[in-house]
Design a protein around this ligand. Structure first.
Ligand code: TRP
Length: 341
């Protein structure tokens, strides 16, 4: 038994997750990750972070980086992260993350890091800046998770390998020094949409897509959302049904299903005998209606810098207290002299 699990009054399981503030948050991020985080807050002890230390593995413009981080913080709050229930802090405000990352670097093998597919991909896409941080990115991610003795980590397919490595690091450390870290499991959400590009529906929706019609941002204006859905690539069958090979329609049906709570059969019946034009407009309207309150809350929050500062400061202070215990424990086991101040 792990006697060092974080005591919570209800003994809820601990969930940790983080998102990078690297620009626009898309409908794909929202439906694939953020909406699930919001739903987990009642049943789990949720600890969320804005992973800004990870973001500088790719060169950032200082002013834009600062603005992106604050906007991402406000937007996630607007999406429903609730500080009455969860912690939501900025990773760079909690120094234990960088400290434990260094320690874990010394328990992570060069060979393991070399096998990470994200590292291999990014070394190609950012060939002019293959820095050490890009290489050791997974040790920092392991520190994020292990500091909070997280039981579960919701991650998308692209981060699964990093979570697997986190488990290996934790098991290795525990094997040498005795139980120190909770070994986290992946959390697979019951529902969750994998939103595809509106232009190439076999690919995941991504803000790095040069064609802006391929993705919808959570903060897009209603007229832009409508335009993007109207231009969405479909097929020539002109029948709204979920079927293999109908990637464009399947994607739109997936989005509409999450937005309206309707099943695929209900959607098929609703649009029986109607063309794709009607269907695309209905999907766009459902997205616009769903995002409207989020956009309204965001507009309020982003004006209130003092309130945002209070939120991220209080969360960081709480995160610091929790994570320091884990860091101290790990350092003691390794044999560092205990700090006397
Ligand atoms: N690397 C993750 C991403 O880019 C973000 C992240 C950082 C994260 N630390 C984490 C996700 C810890 C889950 C757990 O999506």
């Amino acid at each position: 038994m792990d006697t060092n699990a974080i005591p919570t009054p209800e003994r809820k399981k601990v969930i940790f997750s983080a998102i990078q503030p690297s620009g626009t948050i898309t409908l794909g991020n929202y439906l694939g990750a953020i909406k699930n985080w919001v739903a987990l807050q009642d049943d789990y002890r949720c600890i969320f972070a804005l992973a800004d230390l990870h973001t500088i593995t790719v060169r950032q413009d200082p002013a834009k980086f600062r603005q992106n981080a604050l906007q991402a913080y406000a937007l996630l709050m607007a999406c429903g992260i609730d500080l009455e229930k969860s912690l939501f802090f900025i990773q760079s405000h909690v120094p234990t993350h960088a400290e434990l990352a260094w320690v874990l670097n010394c328990y992570t093998q060069f060979g393991e890091l070399s096998r990470m597919t994200q590292f291999k991909d990014k070394s190609t896409t950012h060939a002019d800046n293959v820095n050490a941080g890009l290489f050791t990115y997974p040790s920092l991610m392991a520190a994020d998770i292990l500091l909070y003795q997280a039981d579960l980590v919701p991650v998308g397919a692209d981060q699964k390998q990093h979570l697997e490595l986190t488990r290996n690091i934790a098991e290795r450390f525990n094997g040498v020094y005795g139980n120190t870290f909770t070994v986290p499991d992946p959390y697979i959400p019951k529902t969750g949409a994998r939103v595809m590009s509106l232009q190439e529906p076999t690919r995941k929706m991504s803000k790095s897509d040069e064609n802006v019609n391929a993705w919808v941002a959570v903060l897009d204006k209603p007229e832009d959302i409508l335009r993007k859905f109207k231009r969405a690539v479909t097929d020539s069958e002109a029948c709204v049904r979920y079927a293999e090979g109908k990637d464009g329609i399947n994607n739109l049906m997936g989005i509409y299903a999450v937005m309206t709570g309707k099943s695929y059969e209900e959607i098929e019946r609703e649009f029986d005998g109607r063309g794709y034009g009607d269907f695309k407009a209905a999907v766009a309207e459902s997205v616009i209606a769903h995002l409207r309150p989020v956009q309204e809350r965001y507009a309020q929050l982003i004006k209130d810098k003092a309130y945002l500062e209070k939120c991220y400061t209080e969360s960081a202070q709480a995160a610091q207290r929790i994570s320091q215990r884990t860091l101290d424990k790990a350092m003691k086991k390794i044999g560092f002299i205990k700090k006397a101040f």
